[in-house]
Unconditional design. Sequence first.
Length: 292
Amino acid sequence: MSRVALVGLGEVGRVFAEDLAASGPVVLVAWDVAFADPAGVASRNARELPVEAAASSTSAVRGADLVISAVTAARCEEAARDAAEGIDAGAWFFDLNSSSPGQKQRAAAVIEQAGGRYVEAALMSPIWPRRLGSPFLLGGPSAADFAGAAGTWGFSDVTVFSATVGQAAATKLCRSVIVKGLESLLMESLLAARAFGVEQEVLDSLSNILPPADWEAVATYFVSRSLQHGERRAEEMAEAAATVRDAGVDPVMSLAAVRRQEWAATRRDALVTEQGDVDLGATIDRIRGELP
């Protein structure tokens, strides 16, 4: 029976735990720094999922065939260093974090030096609804070997992108400049448009210059995700800014998105739902009601 260690048991870690448990006989062990908060999401996930909660990252990864690192973007390298103290020789280290190429390269060096097999992974879509069937770009010298075994763990859409660590991360984060930037733009535009009573006209006009879409649904999804996960998105955009800066470009837009995502994170309670669906207008009104 295989043993899988989950370093990070938030939203993505939960999906991995559920799908791995459903795929066949496996022992799941988890560690999250947020276990220190018994009322937090990670602790609740540990109670609800078929996982053994470890006392530390080192103990969680010891004896594991596969280690999945799904921590916040800023903790990528730190998580690898902690795991390296216990990782077995030959164990896979699947680094799913939305971190800069530089962080990924330093994490890879630590894991490889400890005898593990580092695989850079860039998730190129939301984890929902395809879950482990989501598209992953793989990078690093061990990427091709992992791709050959990926089906064993339930992965069905993996692409060996590069034998060099960092290129998959660069792809992910340069994409984030657009996606998280669009989230920030929609939030800011709708907050202003609502004040003038023209938010629907703004959304309807977008299909005149962009591919036709249900822009109200897109805006509802993006605004709700910023409110719910702004802190995590801000960290990712800080990594995107570092990536842009390392390319010799001033990260003006990326840093602006960091500020807007941080701002959104402080207004999570403004999210208004009606029978489980987000009410975009009411949510915008509540946020506006809290403005100076």
